[in-house]
Design a binder for this molecule. Structure first.
Ligand code: SF4
Ligand code: SF4
Length: 252
């Protein structure tokens, strides 16, 4: 990698909130701009170059054109980093995958549905090899900075395989699963967000994706003890993780 690597940001299907998370890094944004050469970033600049070493890719892949485009990016970039839940797991966009695509097009575009093309939403890694995934909805800005610093040092960052509960307990939060019966997915979700949702009165919705070996049965039992039916628990699991849930169902 060159001393000041050329970096590009790309966006597929998503709300572009992850690119916004980068722009919101105001205190350190100038430092980042001093260390890299940003050659493409639709949300922040009009210039675009096809010459880049690191591609940050936001959004899920959900059209045939997206497939071609991300393959093109993979061919040009030395490193491809997926940013945000949409790019890392398919995210909320994959909720449509349980329906027929014609049905989806008609719901969104009515009688003009045939003008558009769509495919089941999938993570970037389902189409091309991905070097690093920075999950979350949106991606955590601090984690992005940490990852960029590591890449600039020539190191590949490795996300810890610990559950959100660890960060939540370290913050001294009252557990909303144990004490309020909220369907918190913290026990099976990858940490790194600082347990932001349980820390603000909410519950973890699993936007960072699940641990490699989650204790799903135990988690499901607890949720059922709080009165949720199996279908309701599965619906919760599918919120951000429909793509992996459908793959798991197909394999079982
Ligand atoms: S992960 Fe969330 S914030 Fe990022 S593009 Fe998708 S919907 Fe938007
Ligand atoms: S509130 Fe959620 S994330 Fe926090 S300890 Fe309880 S189950 Fe884990």
């Amino acid at each position: 990698m060159s001393a000041k690597p050329k970096v590009a940001f790309f966006s597929f299907t998503g709300c572009e909130g992850c690119q916004l998370a980068v722009l919101e890094l105001e205190p350190v944004l100038l430092d980042i701009l001093g260390a890299v050469d940003i050659v493409s970033f639709r949300e922040a600049m009009t210039e675009h170059s096809e010459d880049y070493e690191i591609a940050f890719v936001e959004g899920s892949i959900s059209t045939p054109h997206d497939v071609e485009e991300v393959q093109h990016i993979r061919q040009r970039a030395g490193l491809v980093v997926a940013i945000g839940a949409c790019a890392c797991s398919g995210g909320l966009n994959a909720l449509k995958n349980r329906r027929g695509m014609d049905d989806v097009l008609q719901t969104v575009y009515g009688s003009s549905g045939s003008w558009f093309e769509t495919i089941p939403a999938r993570p970037v890694s389902a189409v091309v090899p991905v070097d690093l995934e920075l999950p979350g909805c949106p991606m955590d800005g601090n984690e992005f900075v940490w990852a960029v610093k590591s890449l600039l040092r020539g190191e590949m960052p490795k996300l810890p395989q610990i559950p959100v509960c660890v960060e939540c307990r370290l913050k001294g939060n009252v557990c909303v699963l144990a004490h309020k019966g909220k369907h918190c997915q913290g026990p099976i979700t990858i940490a790194g967000c600082g347990a932001i949702c349980p820390s603000h009165g909410g519950h973890c919705v699993g936007c960072r994706g699940y641990l490699a070996h989650p204790e799903r049965d135990a988690h499901m039992e607890i949720l059922q003890e709080h009165g949720l039916t199996v279908d309701e628990v599965r619906a919760q699991y599918s919120l951000f993780n429909t793509y992996s849930e459908m793959a798991r169902e197909a394999a079982s």
